[in-house]
Design a protein around this ligand. Sequence first.
Ligand code: MG
Length: 203
Amino acid sequence: MKIIAIGRNYAEHAKELGNLVPKETVFFMKPETALIKNNQDFYYPDFTNDLHYETEFVVKISQVGKNIQEKFAHRYYDEVTMGIDFTARDLQRKCKEEGLPWEVAKAFDGSAPVGKFVSKEKFSDINNINFSLKMNDSLRQQGNTGEMIFSIDKLIAYVSRFVTLKIGDLLFTGTPAGVGAVKVGDHLQAFMEGENLLDFYVK
Ligand code: MG
């Protein structure tokens, strides 16, 4: 499986990092070794001094697809959850300055904790789901899937022009404003419509 992650998909977040609001979808990938499941601890890596959380709505692909039309994209995913797109912001800054790929900042082991999956049928409108992140019991990020610049179905259509989607692949759909640094000992909890789906510690 692979993880496809979208960059700059919420206008306020693009602005907080000093980026322009994109006209075209930005995506990158993380390997399977980035996954952390079952609320296991995340270990702070030794190659960064500025590790940021990015809370993201995550979609699990349920059918193989290539060149998927936007109007059919909803047939290609059945479950959703919350995930963290951990980012070594110091390394990413350097990559951006030098025009280099982002893998060292985004694709490292453990950089993609994902929560418990729930059926999308639980929700009446996939484009109106509230989610949030609490760190050490204080609210850090809040978003709604309706605030995405490119909707989930648009993302699936776009990405599948370039990359065949396979069963079990995960799509991280971008983070809203409010990203910030974590440190050892922090407790992260991500919620979807109030339900705690992801809950882990930084060690
Ligand atoms: Mg992200």
